[in-house]
Write a protein that binds this ligand. Sequence first.
Ligand SMILES: [Zn+2]
Length: 121
Amino acid sequence: MDDASLPAPLEQTLHSARALVLADLAARDVADSDVVSLVEDAVTHRRWWVRQWPEGAPYVAGLVAQDVQDALLERYGRWPLCPVCDAGDPHALDVEPELGPDPHWVCGKAGVVVAPVGGLR
Ligand SMILES: [Zn+2]
């Protein structure tokens, strides 16, 4: 069995999660080659994860977004910055739900849904 292959629906899920997060990175002009490789790392990790737990497929997009967010925080800083709060220190949006389908970027301070994952401007 080819270790890299997954059933087609799971591959599609991973492909779509990658595309959504790349779209959000591009929307904020941070999709350089180093950052794209962080996305690939996150997708590779979640490929392993979803193989162990195929029922978690609807959660993959939100998880990849959070993985990339964590990796960026270590190397580059907070991402994506909140577009809602003008005053005070810039802060990053949160993914909600952390583990669930249909993930959105949310401002935790104002309690506002900013955009679906993949829908940042
Ligand atoms: Zn905010």
